[in-house]
Design a protein around this ligand. Sequence first.
Ligand code: SF4
Length: 342
Amino acid sequence: MKNIKDYNIEDLKQELIKLGEKSYRAEQIFKWIYIDNVTSFDDMTNLSLDLREKLKNNFSLCIFKILRKQVSKDGTIKYLFDVLDGNSIETVLMKYHHGYSLCVSTQIGCKMGCKFCASTGIGFERNLSSGEIVEELLAVERDEKIKISNVVFMGIGEPLDNYDNVINSIKIINNPKGINIGARHISVSTSGLVPMIYKLADENIQCTLSISLHATNNEKRSEMMPINNKYSIEELIQACKDYIDKTNRRISFEYALAKDNNDNLEDAKELVKLLKGMLCHVNLIPINKIDNGKYVKSSNENILRFRDYLNEHGITATVRRELGSDIEAACGQLRRKNLNQE
Ligand code: SF4
């Protein structure tokens, strides 16, 4: 059965017309799903019984089951959701002073093979549909009885490898008749799928693009991120410059610092050279240890020295607060799981 959450409002209008209904019903349905967050078509009480029956016969509401919920000592919450086909994914809720931020997964597993990331460890199963991505947010809002104000596409999976579904989910999340989270409060990350960066630049979506950079030369980056063998740093940086020219949007570069690997002053100097003059921000992330991972977190001293060097040389850099590492909810620690295998 079709997942009704896979449809943005324009496509849902077309579906309703096919069912012999007026298109404005889509707006009523959007309100029930995305504002009232109902879990049954029967709850949509301003729709006729006939329409509710039609909806039940043609669509599912795709309500995820919480398999596990872990709460970190810093308040971060990690969910393991049953996505209703035997697979599971993780979603992380972070509480900031400015509101709630949700890190959503976009694929079940990941093909990219980044060496510091647990998400790729047990391979790739399939893409999440746009409705499944949106349901991550709705399921958390139902459970915690909150409204989420920021969404980051940085969970399990490479968002731009599931391009169409990710873009459609942004349209749904962004729609003023529904969840209504402004595009500026939505970030999409990529390990560096260069053609998709060009494609994203052509969309009229004001979300923030976040590039997982992590190294400043091809040798080191290819070692950490195999995708670099396909799209070199030079091609990636050129795509970022073109993206900025076209959108006038600032790019965020993620740089996970690993001891004796990419955290010395020479790396900081190379990074300044690479990003000089670009409209960008660097997020420094103390690398998180994963099972079998070979990278070890940099010392605080090195992290601060790296940050200060960037700031002193014209590149705005901040160190990301580590949230949820005690429950393996931090960057690079998410993975699809089978509870029976633990
Ligand atoms: S860092 Fe992102 S792209 Fe790389 S393996 Fe992990 S989930 Fe995939």
